[in-house]
Design a protein around this ligand. Structure first.
Ligand SMILES: [Zn+2]
Ligand SMILES: [Zn+2]
Length: 129
């Protein structure tokens, strides 16, 4: 299999499975774990190429790390303050539509990026002390 095709296939499979936005660092480690060793630059270039053709969505988070995920319906991101885990949370799109509706109308909104933080279901109820 040609070099770039193998990487592209592995990236698409990984992002499909992950179902959450992943940083290049996480992707590099996950690929290495299955025996695909590529440097960050190759992974980054391939992700940018996939983004250009709409196969990957890139979001830059408040920690200024860009994460990549499979494009999907409108959703918000939730960052857990305890485990640093990021999850995609699907919610009623009315919320974002309403937000766009109350924004000054001389602005044209292309995308709404909502990042919430708190404690995820995995950490809720666990005694951390
Ligand atoms: Zn958590
Ligand atoms: Zn997401």
């Amino acid at each position: 299999m040609p070099y770039q095709t193998e990487l592209k296939k592995a990236l698409m499979e990984y992002l499909n499975e992950a179902d959450k936005p992943c940083s290049v660092q996480e992707i590099e480690e996950a690929l290495a774990a299955i025996g695909i060793t590529k440097n960050k630059t190759s992974i980054y270039r391939q992700l940018e190429a996939l983004e250009r053709v709409g196969k990957v969505t890139k979001t830059t988070f408040s920690d200024s790390i860009s994460r990549y995920e499979k494009p999907k319906e409108e959703h918000v991101h939730f960052k857990c303050v305890l485990c640093d885990g990021i999850s995609c949370v699907h919610m009623n799109p009315v919320v974002t539509k309403e937000l766009a509706g109350v924004f000054p109308e001389d602005y044209s909104i292309c995308a709404i990026n909502i990042e919430l933080s708190g404690v995820c279901p995995g950490c809720t109820g666990h005694d951390k002390d």
